[in-house]
Design a protein around this ligand. Sequence first.
Ligand SMILES: *Cc1c(COP(=O)(O)O)cnc(C)c1O
Length: 361
Amino acid sequence: MARVYNFSAGPSMLPESVLSKAAAEMMDYQGSGQSVMEMSHRSKVYQGIFDETEALLREVMEIPDNYKVLFLQGGASSQFAMIPMNLMNGSGKADYVVTGQFAKKAYKEAARYGEVKVVASSEDKTFSYIPKLDPATFTPDADYFYICMNNTIFGTVYHDLPETGDVPLVADASSCILSRPIDVSKFGILYAGAQKNMAPAGVTVVIIREDLIGKTMDKTPTMFDYAAHAEAGSMYNTPPCWSIYMMKLVLEWIKNDVGGLDKMLERNEKKAALLYDFLDNSKLFKSPVAKEDRSLMNVPFVTGDADLDAKFVKEAAAAGFVNIKGHRSVGGMRASIYNAMPYEGVEKLVAFMAQFEKENG
Ligand SMILES: *Cc1c(COP(=O)(O)O)cnc(C)c1O
C-alpha cells in the first residue's frame, strides 16, 4: 500500500486508524449485518451512533449545555445564507470582517437579507493579515458580528477574538475546528464544514446558543431554519449518516489516541513550527503571511518565480507530496497540515524543500 502525504486544503487526510476502523466495520457494523451507509437513520443502532457522536463532540470541545449541536447538510457555504436568515431579524444589521474569500462570500450573501457593514478588510494586501479591529467602529445594535476564524486559502488565523459585547459573535471555524481548544461560550454560533478536520464532506456542524434559535425571518425555507433541525434532533430529514459516523471515529481518535484538544494543539504547533522555521530561514521559499497572524492549519509559501513554483509542485507530487499547489488567487504553494497530517509528513516535506532549494536556489 502506497499512501501519499496529502496536503489538500479539503477534503483532506483522515487518520489512518480511522480509515482502518471504518474499513473493518464496512460490511457488518457491530453485528448489525449492515454497513452504516445502508442503515435507516431512524434505527436504534444508528441513533446510538448519532448520540455518541454528539456526546463525544460535546466532551472533546467542552460545549456548554446552553448550546445546541446541529448536524446539517449543504456545506459551510449554506451557512452563509442560513445565518442571516435566522439571526438578522432584530435591527436587520450585521457586521462582517472580510479576511478572505469565504468571509467575502458570507458577507455578500448576508447583504441580500439586511444592512451589512464591513468593519474591516485585509483585501488591500491579498488577505495576508488579520486587520486590527476597533470596537468603536462596530454597530452597537447589530444582530450579530461575523468572522472567519481561520482563512483556509490565505493561511491566517485570529489569535484574539473581537470584543463584541452583547452582540453575538458568529464564526466560521471550518478549517480550525478541533485543531485546538476553543472557548465556545464566546460565540453565538460556531460552525464548520466537516471535510477539513472532522470527517469526510457531507456534514456541517452548527454549534448555536439556544436563545438564538427560533428568530427566523418569514418565508425562510424550513430546511434553512435552525429551529426545525433543533426540534427534530437534526433528523428533520435524513442526516448525512455516514459522515456523522466517520466524525465519531475521528473524535474517538482525538480523545483516545491524541489525548484531547490540548494535546492536539501541542502536536499542531510542533508540526507548523517545523515548516515556518524552515520558511523563515530559507533563501528560496518564503511565507507571504504576517508572522503574528499565521495559521497552524494552512501554510502558503512562494518562491517569487511562477515557473519555479510550478516545477516545485510537479516534483513534489512525483515524490508523494500531493495537492500542494496554492489557491489560484495567491499562487505559489500551500501546505494544509490539518490534524491528520502526521509530524513525519511535514518533516519529509521540509527535507524535500531543502533539497529542492539546494538544486534550484
Ligand atoms: C472549505 C471552507 C468553506 C466552504 O465549505 P463547503 O463545505 O465547501 O461549503 C467555508 N469556509 C471555510 C473557512 C472553509 O475552509
